[in-house]
Design a protein around this ligand. Sequence first.
Ligand code: NAP
Length: 259
Amino acid sequence: MDLGIKGRKAIVGAASKGLGKGSAMALAEEGVDLVINARGAEALEATAREIRQKTGVKVTAIAADITTPEGRKAILAACPEPDILVTNAGGPPPGNFRTDDRARWMAALEAQLLGHVEMITAVIDGMAARNFGRIVNITSASVKMPVPNLGLSTAARMALTGFCATICREVVHKNVVINNLLPGPFDTDRLRSSSVFAAQQTGRDFETIYAERMAQNPTKRFGTAEEFGKVCAFLCSTHVGFMVAQNLLMDGGHYPGNF
Ligand code: NAP
């Protein structure tokens, strides 16, 4: 299927590794020029090189913290008029809510809500004026099914979900749509670090916890960043103009519901 986005321009946040990288690669395979971002310049440059070599698209790498105003400014300066925005940032650290002080709350809200709101606000009217825009928020399966010790992350992402469900109705008649892609367990650094946290909390070893998590999934495996990226690219395609503010769970069937 031709996704109809060849020659478009995309910003993909937090994309040197994991799900952001998978999404950037899949968009590049469709002929989309990219501005990608992460804090660590070395891994980011390596990813940019890999994408350029594999796909031939233009890739601009902006090493910056996307949770800061300066970081977002640098990203937007490199691509002031994107056709596609994939919002993403590192997930807030897991923790017991009793020790989540105001500083941890504000950091989580900045990373998973306010920063994304600012990026969306900066680009959405331009998308509407040009009659094309696709915004995909990488949120989490925890929006649908709460995960122990991820209260900060879930609360911030649910607020982003509510914000986008509200504003998207103002621009959809201009062919600008926002959808959310909700990852379950994907084999990335993030998943490994949450298994390390569970090991520290329980005194059990990391390998056992990691293997158990895999066995608990109906697929008996973790998802890959590549398969996540392909679905993200589809959500950025011309074909989703009538699919608005949906929350698409990608979790290997872990969520035990009919809807
Ligand atoms: P990952 O493999 O750990 O990759 C995180 C990427 O984000 C890296 O490129 C990292 O590079 C970058 N990053 C982190 N903080 C950043 C910041 N402040 N500014 C710019 N870039 C930043 O994580 P992932 O698994 O792809 O997760 C992506 C998102 O999905 C996260 O919000 C995560 O919580 C969520 N999620 C993941 C899973 C899963 O199973 N993997 C499940 C549910 C939700 P630098 O460190 O160099 O900045």
